[in-house]
Design a protein around this ligand. Structure first.
Ligand SMILES: CC(C)(COP(=O)(O)OP(=O)(O)OC[C@H]1O[C@@H](n2cnc3c(N)ncnc32)[C@H](O)[C@@H]1OP(=O)(O)O)[C@@H](O)C(=O)NCCC(=O)NCCS
Length: 169
């Protein structure tokens, strides 16, 4: 499907019938099949998923979670993926903006995301949408050892994963 000037990106909530097409998109988008498998699992098992569609066809999704940490709720971007045919056209940005809008509407101001060092596209998307790269040393200084471990656990942040954070309200 060609993307022309009149094609508009529409972002809406996920519906069960999106699963088949988004499963195909996930296997095309992720370099590693296990990421696609987890992302497909996440479509209807996280707190909320938003879908980006172009001309009514789903081309990407963002899966969101919330967790309670310290004295308040935090947001987490579980998986985001876009059909490679549409990379670089603002679909990822539209999904990130929707996530931010959603968290803000829920009164959740701290939003987190993680990615691999070599996932340069995702790193650029985080940076472009205003997320700040936070080092583990910084987090370790800010929180007690137990809090630090709890936070990493909530972020599924294994060794080698970068942690991004944004205050959205
Ligand atoms: C990471 C990923 C989600 C980014 O999605 P995307 O749709 O390409 O993201 P965007 O188009 O919004 O932004 C990427 C680029 O497009 C550019 N762009 C944004 N809006 C644009 C528009 N309207 N027209 C043209 N280009 C645009 C951006 O400037 C950016 O380029 P730059 O930063 O090099 O200047 C996508 O590459 C992907 O699915 N990767 C595989 C899955 C993955 O690794 N997910 C992350 C881990 S969960």
């Amino acid at each position: 499907m060609a993307l022309n000037n009149r094609s508009e990106i529409n972002v809406r909530e996920y519906r069960d019938r999106d699963k088949a097409i988004l499963s195909k998109v996930a296997f095309r988008a992720f370099m590693w099949p296990h990421d696609a498998v987890w992302a497909i699992w996440g479509l209807d098992s996280r707190d909320i998923t938003f879908v980006a569609e172009i001309n009514g066809v789903p081309v990407g999704a963002i899966e969101l979670e919330t967790f309670y940490f310290k004295d308040r709720e935090h947001g987490y971007i579980y998986y985001i993926f876009v059909d490679p045919d549409y990379w670089g056209r603002g679909v990822g940005t539209a999904l990130m903006n929707k996530a931010e809008e959603y968290f803000r509407s829920e009164g959740i101001c701290d939003v987190w995301g993680t990615t691999w060092t070599k996932n340069y596209r995702m790193r650029r998307l985080f940076e472009k949408t205003g997320y700040k790269l936070i080092s583990r040393e910084e987090l370790r200084k800010k929180y007690t050892r137990r809090e630090y471990k709890t936070l990493l656990w909530n972020l599924y942040a294994g060794p080698g994963e970068l942690i991004y954070w944004k205050r959205v309200c």
